[in-house]
Ligand binder design. Structure first.
Ligand code: SF4
Length: 88
């Protein structure tokens, strides 16, 4: 990994279909909270779980982990994939 600040790392967002920075992911969820897909999207790039754990209050981190594990989010992912396929 380069010396680039983590917040400036970029990837293609599966929800928007365009490149975004990690900074965007930190505030693109409900009520400007972290996007619930942040672990799925970034775990291959860097230790995103460790980053979040070190940079947010423990209670907020636990809330995020709980959201990430909710089955409804898996259903939302499936719906997103179906919508993408329909657009093609
Ligand atoms: S974490 Fe959310 S905003 Fe960031 S790339 Fe993934 S889906 Fe997009």
């Amino acid at each position: 990994m380069s010396d680039q600040p983590i917040e400036e790392l970029e990837r293609r967002c599966p929800r928007l279909g365009s490149p975004i920075s990690f900074r965007y992911c930190l505030m693109s969820g409900e009520d400007d909270f972290v996007c619930w897909k942040v672990l799925d999207c970034w775990w291959e790039t860097f230790d995103v779980e460790g980053y979040l754990k070190n940079n947010m209050p423990e209670s907020v981190f636990k809330e995020l982990m709980a959201k990430a594990d909710q089955p409804k989010n898996k259903i939302s992912s499936i719906i997103e994939i179906i919508e993408k396929v329909k657009k093609k």
